[in-house]
Design a protein around this ligand. Structure first.
Ligand code: HEM
Length: 438
């Protein structure tokens, strides 16, 4: 993303960054590029995120199938279902607070990125497919699930560069890459386990009150038999939920806590607003958090400043070509736009590098239309409402109960974003101090 942003800064708003692939950062192009299903996702998506040759909603490039999958997902992210999921999310965050207490008693800083990953993986596996992973209380710092997950993502990226690599035997690709490939099949086993557990729960009559995404996907198939997903498709969707919903939120929360530690007046204003609304910090409810506008603005600013999919989001120009940022671009060309770049355009977001939740008090229509963190249009993030609810719960509950301070080693260099399609801090060791504050 640094490279493509720099190319746009130097040479203009539409630049060829590799053969047949253009980077665009013009706000006038957003509606054209993302607004219509005729602009398909590029082959990057299938190479990165098809599992065992089966496409997920994220990786699907064909509009018709993507529409069916989106319909199946929508009940999971409807408001009533998110409200029903909230108690699950709170149960994980209160476990996380107990961990913060332990670190405070020991006088130690928290390795924030590592622990927020455990938190968000627990949440996404729970609300994703009723998974019962216990990463926070077990305190297993190198949980095999997270390790496999990292390997699996790396393997996805290798496939985007060498699409035929899956056909090459292990001994030719070397130990590390063979490990990554193995990690992908192990992650698939976690997904199969999730589905097997659902089948078991169904057998013993325990599925009626479930609120997770898998439950809603299966119910959708029961109600619309012609849109029913096969076992393999359901497994692939579980993989996708882990891929799309875990690290994305962990990175948002980590950078968010870092910004609050760096910007103490913002942190103090947020805590004062939370205190005014919430009397009992040990029993917070979603509706109290949603009654605090300053929390909403802070979360929006976290999402703007540190978009966790910062790379170019690629779309293919439809046959016949299109007019983009003042140029005619031929059909078949790939055009990508990056939230990292667009979210920092000074003409839309004045003083773009400053962390200012107040800018969201009265957002201009341009700010709302041009924030690309969740993309926009028919393939925008289908899970964005869950991501927002989850981030509100995490940040609101932590900040109502704790102050957060920077460790001297947590420098801007450590917090530099590494772009592996999903962004993350370049160094995993993001140390922050937490102190109880009731
Ligand atoms: C802060 C958290 C999140 C961020 C920043 C984020 C961002 C994005 C973005 C930018 C896209 C569009 C990619 C593109 O246009 O090429 C996307 C798609 C998607 N996201 Fe998210 N996401 C987040 C959380 C989640 C969660 C929690 C879930 C579900 C559990 C989820 C599921 C999906 C799925 C299934 C797609 C594919 C939608 C489609 O192609 O139609 N995301 N996400």
């Amino acid at each position: 993303m640094y490279f493509t942003a720099e190319q746009n800064r130097r040479y203009g708003s539409l630049v060829e960054v590799s053969p047949g692939i253009l980077s665009c950062n013009s706000t006038t192009a957003i509606k054209t590029v993302f607004g219509s299903h005729q602009w398909r996702k590029s082959r990057f998506y299938s190479e990165f995120a098809d599992f065992n040759g089966v496409s997920s909603l994220f990786s699907e490039t064909k509009h018709e199938r993507a529409q069916i999958l989106r319909r199946a997902f929508l009940p999971a992210f409807a408001r009533a279902n998110l409200v029903a999921m909230a108690p699950n999310i709170f149960s994980h965050i209160y476990k996380f607070l107990a961990k913060l207490d332990e670190f405070e008693r020991a006088g130690k800083p928290l390795e924030a990125y590592k622990w927020t990953r455990y938190l968000t993986f627990e949440v996404v596996t729970d609300v994703g497919f009723g998974g019962e992973y216990d990463m926070i209380s077990s305190g297993e710092l190198n949980h095999p699930f997270v390790k496999d997950f990292d390997g699996s993502t790396s393997w996805g990226l290798v496939k985007t560069v060498f699409p035929l690599v899956d056909k090459v035997p292990d001994w030719m690709i070397g130990k590390t890459m063979a490990h990554w490939r193995g990690a992908e099949s192990r992650t698939l086993k976690h997904a199969q386990g999730g589905l097997a557990q659902w089948r078991y729960h169904k057998q013993i009559g325990k599925t009626a009150n479930r609120v997770d995404i898998l439950q809603r996907l299966i119910e959708h198939g029961d109600q619309h038999p012609n849109e029913k997903l096969s076992e393999q498709e359901l497994e692939t969707e579980i993989m996708e939920i882990m891929l799309a919903g875990g690290d994305t939120t962990a990175t948002t929360v980590t950078y968010g806590l870092y910004e609050l530690a760096k910007n103490l007046p913002v942190q103090e204003r947020l805590r004062a607003a939370l205190r005014a609304e919430i009397c009992d910090p040990a029993n917070i409810k979603l509706e109290s958090l949603e009654a605090v506008p300053y929390l909403d603005w802070t979360v929006k600013e976290m999402l703007r400043t540190h978009p966790t999919l910062p790379s170019m989001l690629e779309r293919v120009v439809p046959p016949g070509g299109a007019q983009v940022a003042g140029y005619h671009v031929p059909g078949g060309t790939v055009i990508g736009m990056s939230a990292w770049s667009v979210n920092k355009l000074p003409e839309v977001f004045p003083d773009p590098w400053a962390f200012q939740p107040e800018r969201w008090e009265k957002p201009t229509p341009e700010m709302t239309a041009n924030m690309l963190t969740f993309s926009t249009g028919p393939r925008a993030c289908v899970g964005q409402n869950l991501a927002i609810v989850q981030t509100r719960i995490h940040i609101g509950t932590i900040l109502r109960n704790f102050t957060v301070q920077l460790h001297p080693d947590t420098t801007p260099e450590i917090m530099h974003t590494l772009d592996n399609f999903q962004g993350k801090p370049v160094e995993d060791k993001v140390f922050l101090f937490f102190k109880r504050s009731t």
